[in-house]
Design a protein around this ligand. Structure first.
Ligand code: BEZ
Length: 219
């Protein structure tokens, strides 16, 4: 009778919970999560260095880095490759693609950070991290999580849009509708009483679908 191997499935981090702390070796030296307190952070994993989709993603992540910084947001990559592999790959990207990768990359050889963040999904790959994106706010709370499979490169405009949507929601106490982009109207919180609902539909400063769905422009 074959012995069944029990696999330990780590619990996945959740939106709204504190980001798991870490201290990691990176291409910019040792970095701790707490180093990012006061900034937003896009922490992302990729499956492996020197692979085609990941190479396109790295050049694309670099292309949005300055726009992220304008939003007080840092970028930090991760894979289970070694530090020397990361260094060789970013040099290769610079030589062949003319793109200098300016953000740090964690060399998570022992998978410590990858397990804490649920970046290993054994059904997709037993050894590599999937394409995960964690948006962590300036108080180190996980605000959004995106997972992509090995075969599909991520959409950088969506990552930027999501950071912008979260920061806009925080700043103006609003929500953002489907396909929202900066400059579009935002959704005001729905009334919580019958009286407030009756008042809401009379307020012509809002564009209302009905009392529970009203939009306004931001100044
Ligand atoms: C890629 O980046 O091309 C890739 C990496 C791991 C598995 C499949 C594709």
């Amino acid at each position: 009778m074959s012995e069944q191997i029990q696999q330990t499935v780590p619990s996945l981090p959740r939106i709204g919970s504190p980001a798991p702390p870490f201290e990691a070796v990176t291409t910019h030296g040792t970095i701790r999560l707490e180093d990012y307190k006061g900034s937003w952070l896009v922490l992302f994993s990729h499956p492996a260095d020197f692979t085609p989709v990941c190479t396109t993603e790295f050049m694309a992540f670099q292309s949005i880095y300055s726009r992220l910084k304008e939003m007080n947001t840092e970028l930090l990559g991760l894979s289970v490759d070694s530090l020397f592999s990361h260094i060789a790959w970013v040099r290769n990207i610079e030589q062949n693609g003319g793109v200098k990768i300016e953000f740090p990359i964690i060399a998570d050889l022992n998978k410590d950070v990858a397990y804490k963040y649920g970046m290993i999904m054994p059904e997709e790959s037993k050894t590599e991290t999937v394409r995960a994106v964690f948006i962590i706010d300036d108080k180190q709370i996980i605000r959004a999580i995106i997972y992509y499979p090995m075969s599909a490169g991520r959409n950088m405009e969506e990552i930027l849009r999501l950071v912008q949507a979260l920061q806009t929601a925080d700043e103006h106490k609003v929500a953002t509708p489907a396909n929202w982009k900066p400059g579009d109207k935002v959704i005001v919180p729905a009334p919580q009483t019958k009286e407030a609902a009756d008042e809401r539909v009379k307020d012509d400063s809002y564009e209302c679908f009905d009392w529970y769905l009203c939009k306004k422009s931001l100044p």
